[in-house]
Ligand binder design. Sequence first.
Ligand SMILES: [Zn+2]
Length: 91
Amino acid sequence: MRNDLKARRQALKQRLRELSAVLAGEPEAAPEPSLAAHAAEAEIASIHAALGRMDRGEYGCCASCGEEIEDARLDRLPFTAHCGSCAAQLR
Ligand SMILES: [Zn+2]
């Protein structure tokens, strides 16, 4: 479980680097940020939040119901703060 968390943290940091590269590729003089930049910024914020939950030992627990988030879901969305059923209700 510990190793798992380490691997997930590393994956999140890797993803942050990729997203930073997306943002760095944006032309600075663009009148408004592209959809890709918006999406990248939103994901960066989610990843930072997820890293913060890791530091507090809350990572992997649903922010709504407190249940453990399904592994398969964390594989797909490593920065998610909600379990599948809560996310479905939030949608
Ligand atoms: Zn939940």
